[in-house]
Design a protein around this ligand. Structure first.
Ligand code: ZN
Length: 162
């Protein structure tokens, strides 16, 4: 069994022919690791490797924030953003969602949900359990058995912003 390597450093590099590569150096001692890195950096530069850009967040393209007007509730700017499912929403710049507290910690709570973009096939499918739960909890009088995803989305998007 190999001794456990305790320290590691990963280089993000572009190879001489342009391929992005990750290169990890491990050592048991941090001191020795630092020495290795120094030697390695010179060697890599010599061989035509260039530093690659570090990318975070799983490769999603950075979302552009689009200002689409003024907030109807305060004097803030209204920002349009796109969710992963392709639907858009507009929210006040002073509406700040705290992902840890799971609540708005900003000074304004304005948010307006846009039309979700569903494929025609998805739209005809039965409402998802999450949609059913949400509608039954928030608008029980609007829930109908056999509702499609599209109908459920419609109910949610047209009622959540009120
Ligand atoms: Zn506002």
């Amino acid at each position: 069994m190999q001794p456990e390597m305790t320290s590691s450093v990963t280089f993000t590099l572009i190879s001489p022919s342009g391929f992005p590569i990750l290169f990890t150096v491990r050592d048991m001692e941090e001191e020795q690791l630092l020495d290795k890195i120094g030697v390695l950096e010179l060697r890599l530069a010599d061989e035509g490797y260039t530093p690659g850009k570090q990318s975070y967040g799983g490769g999603y393209p950075k979302k552009e924030k689009k200002i689409v007007g003024d907030c109807p509730k305060c004097s803030g700017k209204l920002i349009e953003a796109t969710k992963k499912d392709g639907s858009t929403f507009k929210k006040c710049e002073n509406n700040k969602w705290d992902f840890q507290l799971k609540k708005n910690v900003g000074s304004c709570d304005f948010i307006e949900w846009g039309e979700p973009k569903l494929s025609p096939e998805a739209a005809m499918q039965e409402a998802s359990p999450a949609q059913e739960k949400l509608i039954k909890e928030k608008f029980p009088f609007l829930w109908e058995d056999g509702m499609t995803k599209a109908q459920a989305s419609q109910v949610i998007s047209s009622n959540m912003s009120k």
